[in-house]
Design a protein around this ligand. Structure first.
Ligand code: MN
Length: 243
């Protein structure tokens, strides 16, 4: 493999509760230099991230080696990019400094082997889940964010745990269709961006969907989660290897 390969991962949901996946991620990082020229992390790298000062908390024991692992990859010359997921949208400057990751916006355009490609986490495509979108609006509100970040660490942990429990209960009540992307929203977002190729995560349904977008052949690639296995998309010379 040459150095022109572009890799994508998302939805690792790294957490002390799944130490084997933390281990698997460290091993995965070791394979990046020499094989990939860039690695895109499309959100939900962490199960939760309640502010960059998590590094100084007891959870820092889990987090610090991961950040150091990323930094090693970046120091080896691989370009690292990170976009927020709904679990780690509070990742900030300190994370980027400690890892060498460049923070990219919610919707980010790249040229992928010559094809304009839109990158997203993907939660904003799930517009059938009206309740989730309302909650998201609230969480992402700058005032709410500032309020949350002003709480002391333990209060943030308590609030985050409460919200995770609540969202877990809600998810059990919802149908699989509601929690998937809405095709109309996908097409609208792609047409607005002027792309025929979209890569996202969030839904944990790895797949390559080919469809017709206003008369043009379009592709939507969905990344897989890391709950039980390593999952990545490796792209080289326009060839997609989703595993
Ligand atoms: Mn997500």
């Amino acid at each position: 493999m040459t150095q022109t390969s572009t890799w994508f991962i998302s939805d690792l949901h790294l957490d002390a509760k799944r130490p084997q996946m933390v281990q698997a991620f460290m091993q995965f990082l070791g394979t990046v230099p020499g094989q990939a020229s860039s690695l895109y992390i499309l959100g939900d790298l962490f199960e939760y991230w309640i502010g960059d000062d998590i590094v100084d908390s007891p959870s820092g024991q889990l987090v610090k080696p991961l950040l150091a692992g990323l930094k090693q990859v970046s120091d080896a010359g691989v370009k690292l990019y990170f976009t927020h997921g709904n679990r780690d949208f509070l990742v900030g400057e300190r994370f980027t400094e400690m890892t060498g990751c460049e923070l990219i916006p919610e919707k980010h355009m790249i040229e992928l082997d010559g094809v304009p490609t839109l990158l997203m986490h993907g939660d904003t495509l799930c517009t059938d889940d009206v309740e989730y979108q309302e909650l998201r609006k609230m969480f992402y509100d700058p005032e709410q964010r500032a309020r949350f970040l002003s709480l002391d660490f333990d209060a943030r942990v308590a609030e985050a745990n409460h919200l995770r429990k609540l969202s877990g209960e809600k998810m059990q009540e919802k149908s699989q269709e509601i929690m998937d992307v809405n095709q109309q929203t996908v097409e609208q977002v792609m047409l607005e961006a002027g792309v025929t190729q979209l890569i996202h995560g969030h839904t944990h349904r790895p797949n390559i969907h080919d469809f017709d977008l206003s008369g043009e052949a379009a592709k939507r690639i969905v990344l897989g989660d890391w709950y039980e296995q390593v999952s990545s998309l490796k792209v080289q010379n326009g060839q997609f290897n989703l595993s």
